[in-house]
Design a protein around this ligand. Structure first.
Ligand code: TRP
Length: 474
């Protein structure tokens, strides 16, 4: 018997769903990735393009994913497959993205937990060593692996307990806490002398910095941060009750996610400029700036705030990564007929192996491809290619394979909810977004060849094309 004949587990309450979806969206993408990606890509100009993509592409794609998920009552692969077998590959690409993102996400999640311990055991007492300490830590072969394993274990426990039990509770309690801590960090940073240069870097766009790399990075960041392009929000939508308002839910989740990303930027850049650090500090940014800020503050308050920050970061990461694990797990349950326990063990074992490669690659250990290590390969493939192309496929599928009336019926709950912008949304999804993504991806890949990353991105496109060709076999 297939598991899908049983009635589907539902979200406990409306707020529960919004918080779980926001919990999926708000994570390392906002607090760890957004600041350093903005820093690497010129600051203000990147932020403007990112916001533009969030509003015009992110919002529409999220609404599309919720609608498809709830309509078909299926997870990523099943949603496509039940409509048209030739489209199965789009779901399979999503599940693959989930595996690959979980091939590095728990590594960084492990760092976040490790920093709770490091702060608690005296990291802040030697502020001048904080930068070197991070570099030494992530390139160590053993230590980060143990933290990664612990982090992955927490994911396994939460996802094994099922939808409304595990994910919802974790999100509801701990998300607001993180928000408050970020505000405190921002205020503290803004009080430092010289901090205004940071705000200027983040918000006054220098459009000469824009090139196709920056545009693709902004698109990738929008997808990554909103948890789009891999059927994650589709899977969440499949557990959503028929009476909920999809448009409102989408607006709330998008606003919260973007708000937290901007807030994280405001928390990081003023302090960085005040400390005289370069905005291009890379993936270590949050792990160096925040401890330094609280070390500067000193005393028990500085210590407590730093502890709370890394606890909040770990929890935000957890509520996101459980959604990634859930996509792969739902696929194994719905399509392969595995029990939840077996599905969780299978998925997380593959993820653990990928994470070992990713973590070791930061210390220069392990195989490389075009001079790029596993961590960066997984990030490049997903963030720059799979998610954007996945989002494009979702839009093409909705626009050209599903019926307009059915989408309207689903989004308006059979006419009960008003959505005056339906026509605009439909035009965006059917024509504009697919074309826009194709152009941005094409140009980004072409210019990526300057740095050798283009080859890996092209490989990603090849994988998708290959999957499309053999789609009926999945
Ligand atoms: N959005 C999450 C973050 O910002 C990461 C994430 C969770 C994700 N689920 C996803 C990214 C699905 C892409 C697709 O940390």
């Amino acid at each position: 018997m297939s598991a899908s004949t049983k009635p589907r587990d539902n979200w406990g309450s409306k707020l529960g769903f919004v918080m779980a979806a926001a919990g999926s969206a708000v994570g390392l993408g906002n607090i760890w990735k957004f600041p350093y990606t903005a820093g690497d890509n010129g600051g203000g100009a990147f932020v403007v393009i990112y916001l533009f993509f969030v509003i015009f592409i992110g919002f529409s794609v999220m609404l599309t994913e919720f609608a498809i998920g709830r309509r078909t009552q299926k997870s990523a692969v099943g949603a496509f497959k039940s409509t048209d077998r030739r489209w199965t590959f789009a779901g399979v690409i999503g599940v693959t993205s989930g595996l690959l993102i979980m091939g590095f996400y728990p590594v960084v999640g492990g760092w976040a937990i490790a920093y709770i311990a490091k702060v608690g055991t005296g990291l802040l007492s030697a502020p001048e060593a904080i930068g070197d300490s991070f570099g030494g830590f992530i390139s160590d072969p053993i230590q980060p692996l143990m933290w990664m394993a612990f982090y992955l274990f927490l994911n396994i426990v939460i996802v094994m307990k099922g939808i409304s039990g595990g994910i919802e509770k974790a999100g509801k309690i701990l998300m607001p806490l993180l928000f408050i801590i970020l505000i405190i960090v921002s205020v503290k940073g803004l009080m430092l002398p010289g901090s205004m240069a940071g705000l200027e870097f983040l918000f006054s766009p220098d459009f000469s910095k824009i090139d196709s790399n920056v545009i693709l990075a902004a698109l990738g960041q929008a997808f990554f941060s909103l948890s789009l392009g891999m059927g994650c929000m589709m899977t969440y939508g499949s557990y959503l009750k028929k009476k909920e308002n999809l448009v409102q839910t989408t607006a709330m989740v998008t606003a919260m996610d973007t708000g937290v990303a901007i807030l994280a930027g405001v928390a990081m850049f003023p302090a960085m400029f005040a400390f005289g650090m370069a905005p291009t500090a890379g993936p270590g940014l949050v792990f160096v700036v925040v401890p330094q800020l609280f070390a500067e503050m000193g005393g028990i308050i500085g210590l407590l705030l730093a502890l709370m920050f890394f606890i909040g970061l770990s929890v935000a990461a957890l509520t996101s990564s459980v959604s990634l694990l859930e996509v792969v797990v739902s696929y194994l349950i719905d399509e392969k007929g595995l029990s939840r326990v077996k599905a969780v063990i299978t998925a997380s074992s593959v993820m653990a192996v990928l994470c070992i490669f990713a973590s070791l690659s930061l210390g220069g250990v392990g195989p490389t491809l075009f001079d790029t290590g596993a961590f960066d390969i997984f990030d490049l493939l997903t963030d720059k290619i799979f998610l954007a192309v996945g989002g494009m496929l979702v839009c093409i599928f909705a626009g050209w394979r599903l019926k307009r009336e059915d989408l309207e019926d689903e989004i308006t709950n059979g006419g009960e909810v008003k959505f005056p912008l339906f026509g605009l949304w439909y035009a965006l999804v059917k024509f504009i977004i697919p074309v826009a993504i194709a152009i941005v991806a094409f140009m980004g890949i072409s210019s990526g060849f300057d740095s050798g990353k283009g080859a890996i991105m092209l490989l990603g496109v090849g994988i998708i094309a290959g999957a499309a060709l053999i789609s009926k076999k999945f």
